[in-house]
Design a protein around this ligand. Structure first.
Ligand code: PHE
Length: 502
């Protein structure tokens, strides 16, 4: 029969020699092929109706280390029971535990099961037995001993009681279950016909070597045909976490667009996080519900006096900005409080305090914290993509163009800009993108031109385009996730399935 590859012919030949029906293991031995090679050949043979695969499945249970330990020395509750019997039926818990030789971690387990099995009760610090003599071994203990003795046990043959006991041991994490499959191959009528016609078994060359090419021998040898679509074992190499890949891409795109990266500390004073951004000290975002304040140390240092004074004056009455300010008494104490930064805008404004000469194009991709209820779209710790452009004649149009370019380089197609509000920008907007899977528009970032109340104390004379937004939201769109928590879930299955390149 043509079309059969060497492994398939070898498998058929071995099967014939073994009488037409044999286990995969025997065929592997007889043919000298690897187990997996026989299995692959079997799939092809079965698809071509030359052989039939018979499968028998069963489950076996084995003990893990803890299970083996208990099988030898007794379950913790049994050990506690024996210790209490030795101590006359009652004793202080720690005394009984010592007598039983139970480690601290096992005492509560032993007490819990002692109660559940109705062997004893706990009164205050004491433990009292409710049984006079040692009760016989329970089903769970007998099963434990049986598995230990035989090293493994076939679950399917167990009686109902033992099956129940096995469930309990599994719940106590003392046993491991494993499915075993026994496979046999049997020649079909068509298979017999094929082998009777004779199988020509010529060794095939699986690797074309330089030697074969130079000598010209490649012309005469038989080269193995590969089925490139045959299922192979999945390989899961180590790779960068999908979120890290996105962080890296965000960085690369900003660099391509001529930006420089800046970074700052996770802990900032309220001054940089709020005050320098003209957010009044009674702004709701500052409250504990939204912001994580540090308990120890709880305050940090304020910057140069002149800057602090100018910020204070702007808050109080608008200073030289023409604004009326927020009209309250600004407090330095409030501004000194340390917070986990709630946005990376704290870093851009801090940068502006010391870099005033245009043109400036800086960005950051960094962590921020908010006291949020964690949901499918909110995290308490996440990343923001932030940036500013400072130049003499830049406008909102430039800002929209910059962000559109950035997000389009990321591969997003439907981006819109909607009006919005931030205490530190005017005009303010937000960039939104359409999430094809959620079928909703989701917010990408907040943006705007820094207000004069923000710029004057920093001594900046030209317009500043600013924006900041969540990176995980972007990752959700990129990776087709409908739950943001997946990014931090340690879900190996998802990590494996997520391709390195989209
Ligand atoms: N800081 C804002 C936020 O965290 C985003 C923003 C940055 C808005 C800069 C305007 C300008 O949502």
């Amino acid at each position: 029969m043509t079309g059969l590859r060497l492994h398939e012919r070898k498998t058929l030949a071995a099967l014939e020699k073994l009488g037409g029906k044999a286990s995969v293991k025997d065929i592997a031995e007889k043919s000298g092929l690897a187990h997996a090679a026989v299995m692959r050949a079997a799939l092809t043979l079965s698809a071509g109706n030359l052989a039939k695969i018979h499968e028998q499945k069963w489950n076996i249970a084995t003990l893990n280390e803890e299970g083996e330990n208990y099988a030898q020395y007794g379950l913790p509750e049994r050990r506690l029971l024996r210790a209490l019997l030795r101590l006359g039926g009652e004793a202080k818990v720690d005394e009984a535990a010592r007598e039983a030789g139970l480690s601290a971690g096992l005492v509560s387990i032993a007490l819990g099961w002692l109660k559940r099995k109705n062997w004893g009760v706990i009164k205050g610090e004491k433990c009292l037995l409710t049984v006079k003599s040692e009760p016989p071994l329970g089903v769970d203990e007998r099963l434990l001993a049986a598995i230990f003795e035989k090293r493994s046990i076939t679950v399917d043959d167990l009686s109902q009681d033992f099956k129940e006991a096995l469930k309990a041991l599994k719940k106590r994490k003392l046993v491991e279950l494993e499915e075993k499959i026994y496979r046999e191959l049997e020649l079909t009528a068509k298979g017999w016909e094929t082998v009777r016609k004779g199988l020509e078994i010529v060794e095939e060359v699986t690797q074309l070597t330089p030697e074969l090419i130079i000598s010209g021998r490649w012309r005469s040898v038989k080269l193995t045909k590969f089925d490139v679509e045959a299922p192979g074992p999945a390989v899961y190499p180590g790779k960068m976490h999908p979120l890290q890949q996105i962080i890296k891409r965000a960085r690369e795109i900003f660099l391509e667009m001529g930006f420089t990266e800046i970074r700052g500390p996770l802990v900032e004073t309220a001054f940089w996080n709020f005050d320098a951004l003209f957010q009044p000290q009674d702004h709701p975002a500052r409250e504990m519900m939204d912001t994580f304040y540090l308990a120890n140390p709880c305050v940090g240092r304020l910057p140069a006096k002149k800057l602090v004074e100018d910020v204070a004056k702007t808050h109080e009455d608008g200073w030289i900005t023409g604004s009326k300010g927020w009209r309250y008494k600004w407090s330095g104490e409030e501004a000194k409080k340390l917070v986990l930064r709630t946005h990376t805008t704290a870093e851009t404004i801090k940068y502006l305090a010391t870099h005033k000469k245009p043109p400036i194009k800086v960005f950051s991709v960094d962590r921020v914290y908010r006291n949020e209820q964690v949901t499918y779209k909110h995290l308490a710790e996440f990343h923001q993509i932030e940036g500013i452009v400072v130049d003499k004649k830049v406008t909102l149009r430039d800002l929209m163009g910059t962000l559109k370019t950035f997000y389009m380089k990321f591969g997003l197609e439907r981006i819109e800009f909607w009006p919005s509000y931030f205490p530190y920008t005017e005009p303010s907007a937000q960039a939104v993108a359409y999430h094809p899977k959620l079928k909703r528009w989701i917010e990408l970032c907040g943006m705007g031109l820094f207000r004069p109340e923000v710029l004057a104390p920093m001594g900046i004379k030209c317009p500043v385009l600013a924006w900041g937004g969540g990176l995980e939201r972007l990752a959700m769109i990129e990776l087709g996730l409908d739950d943001i928590r997946m990014l931090y879930a340690n879900n190996v299955g998802w990590l494996r399935r997520t391709p390195l390149c989209q």
